[in-house]
Design a protein around this ligand. Structure first.
Ligand code: ADP
Ligand code: MG
Length: 265
């Protein structure tokens, strides 16, 4: 897997557009110099290192687990003056770091379809049928993601494939503390309820459990990639607790999901 790069502020070539879907008013589309090319990216600004760490960690694990994340991701330093150019009324006290991913062309059920309309229902029905949705449910459970809402999945125009993003709330919440990292705690998967309002069909349940079987092996590789980030962005206690948390989540992924879905004999 390609290393996630940290780009200097001169690689930020300016804001191209606002983004009106999502929680943070500072997520925007920008042009970035990346590998000597100009790349159109969605950029999310973070003042909190933990949220940045959450994005990095989940992105690496998603790549290793074969989840459909954008192909390119990097951290970019953005000068205070560039932030103020992009957001003239922003209350910023200095430079900030951005999490940038290449812009995917597609539609989130949220941004293009109004909840309750026929188009929105069709988009959810199409998404429920795409191979990979079961594996995504298992992945979100592994990383304890409470935020897989319909704004955090993009569907291709023909509604046959999807991409995921927005993992700054995993595990459990953006600003988790050591006490929050209980591997036996549960998270509600918002999108499961939206896609399968009558409950998960048993065929999908089996696929979710199957997907969980590879979590342990993926995690071993993930720790090789994430440790140096964690050491830079977290306290030593947090590094230890996050490692223990993920090891436990991965080791018991299958049994946790069997129990959660009521499939234990
Ligand atoms: N790589 C991307 N390609 C296309 N759209 C994206 C991408 N990343 C984010 N978005 C869009 O931007 C919105 C906000 O980004 P997101 O990461 O969800 O941040 P927030 O924490 O503000 O919800 C998403 O709902 C989606 O519409
Ligand atoms: Mg979002």
């Amino acid at each position: 897997m390609k290393k996630i790069q940290v780009l200097s502020s001169d690689c930020y070539l300016g804001k191209l557009a606002d983004v009106d879907d999502g929680r943070s008013s500072y997520t925007h589309i920008a042009k970035i110099r990346y590998d000597d090319k100009q790349l159109r990216c969605h950029v999310k600004l973070f003042s909190d290192y933990k949220q940045l760490n959450n994005e990095i960690t989940a992105y690496i694990l998603a790549r290793l687990d074969g989840q459909p994340v954008p192909e390119h991701a990097c951290i970019i330093k953005i000068k205070q003056s560039d932030i103020l150019n992009a957001f003239p009324t922003a209350q910023v006290t200095g430079d900030a770091y951005g999490w940038a991913t290449n812009t995917i062309v597609g539609k989130t059920p949220n941004s293009y379809f109004k909840e309750g309309t026929k188009e929105y229902e069709l988009a959810l029905k199409a998404l429920a049928k795409i191979n990979g949705i079961a594996s995504l449910i298992a992945f979100d459970n592994l990383i304890a993601n409470p935020d897989r809402n319909t704004g955090n999945v993009i569907l291709s125009g023909d509604l046959t494939s999807f991409w995921i993003f927005d993992h700054d709330q995993s595990p459990f919440k953006p600003d988790w503390t050591l006490q929050d990292l209980d591997p036996n705690s549960d998270t509600r998967c918002v999108i499961t309820a939206a896609l399968f309002p009558k409950g998960l069909p048993s065929t999908i349940k089996s696929l979710v459990v199957d997907a969980a079987k590879s979590h342990s092996a993926n995690l071993v590789n993930m720790l090789d990639y994430t440790l140096s980030w964690w050491q830079d962005l977290l306290t030593p206690d947090e590094v230890k607790a996050l490692g223990d948390f993920y090891k436990n989540r991965a080791q018991y992924s299958e049994s946790r999901l069997l129990k959660k879905m009521g499939m234990l004999c």
